[in-house]
Design a protein around this ligand. Sequence first.
Ligand SMILES: [Zn+2]
Length: 299
Amino acid sequence: MRAAAYPAGSLAPEKINRIPTRGEGSSPEERLIEVIRSVWPVQDSVAAIGVALPGPIEQATGTLVRAPNIPEFSNFPVRDLLFRHFRVPVAVGNDANLAALGEWQYGAGRGHKHLLYLTVSTGIGSGVIIDGQLLEGARGFAPELGHTTIMVDGPLCGCGQRGHLEALAAGPAIARWAQEEIARGAPSSLPANQNLTALQVSQAAQNGDALALAAFHRGAYFLGIGIANFLHAFNPTIIVLGGGVSASYHLFAEQLQQSVRQHLMSPDFFDQLTFATAQLGDDTGLMGSLAYARRLAPE
Ligand SMILES: [Zn+2]
């Protein structure tokens, strides 16, 4: 987990600190408090705290409902806990939603009023800005576009359902398809009988491996179907792609855009659309939290 202190009006952190979520002698909860305390300004007062967390956040209470990768954080009342400790307003949001907000305010999406953000890595996270507002839904759980059904009875998704976008187009799906094709005898520079990662497949694709490239193009085809659905729903002017898989965007940009066009009801949804890759990198969570917290503490 990372924490940074941003002075009023500034985008350059005064202090920044990073600690592992788990460590001996303290719980993730204690470590969260510890990392915030470690960047607390000595002289200035603090206007608000913003927190980005990997799971659905119940907005009414600021509770992290589920955290698949940090079981200790399930049903975790983050906002109450941090308010009790620090006595300043606390804004808690889902990490993909806040990444969308960060890219919109400080990154690739500046100047747009309607933005769709997708982070494609081990899963597919999403965030949507509509008319200059972050879309969160009634309880704060929207949008979960990675769990849109693309293929009925398709491959199993991490959430337990089948055929979701994430199960077809995220990094593990790309790697698994390449692995299965190699097991079937397809020629490739990638090793057989090994659990491949999307990064390995990406490196092979960069080096011209046709099978590795086909794996990315297949993922891009499904991602394009998803994006066409989302264009119909939200009609954004920009799509910002983040996450590890997006680092290989140049390998599949053409196939992605072709698949989007192929699945649209009308080219009108594509005509004034910009595709961009995320600009904030590792800082996306911090910058998103900053944007979210500043809504509580207008300058
Ligand atoms: Zn799913």
